[in-house]
Design a protein. Structure first.
Length: 130
């Protein structure tokens, strides 16, 4: 997902450069030979398309975050086996909470924050009588 976040940076530079180029073209055109209307409309359509793509990218990023949180919420109360960075071994525990950190889903198990990549199995909800 990092590529989506970092991809926004290059897109913003591209959009900014496009606007600067368009403004320079408009301010430096010869008043006796103005830019053809078709060229202007074509550039405006390109700008509109670029803005739409930026908006879609932002919306998809937000949708991905929401989907990740939904996955995390579904794990709360479930028993999981995960690799513990603290003990350097597999551990089993109940997911207590879920949240986002640096754009990635993290669940809390046995008081330890665990990324989804470190979870190797998910079981059902443990029996309350144990």
């Amino acid at each position: 997902m990092a590529s989506v976040a970092s991809g926004g940076f290059s897109s913003q530079i591209g959009q900014q450069q496009f606007l600067q180029l368009l403004a320079a073209q408009l301010s430096n055109q010869n008043p006796l030979e103005p830019m053809a209307q078709e060229d202007f409309l074509s550039q405006m359509a390109q700008f509109s398309t670029l803005s739409g793509i930026e908006s879609l990218n932002t919306n998809f990023s937000e949708l991905f975050k929401l989907q990740s949180l939904t996955q995390g919420a579904a794990l709360v109360g479930k028993q999981v086996t995960y690799y513990s960075e603290t003990t350097k071994a597999n551990q089993t525990g109940i997911v207590q909470s879920a949240g986002m950190e640096n754009g990635s889903l993290v669940v809390t198990v046995n008081g330890e924050k665990v990324g989804l990549d470190d979870i190797s199995s998910v079981g059902g909800t443990p029996d309350a009588s144990n």
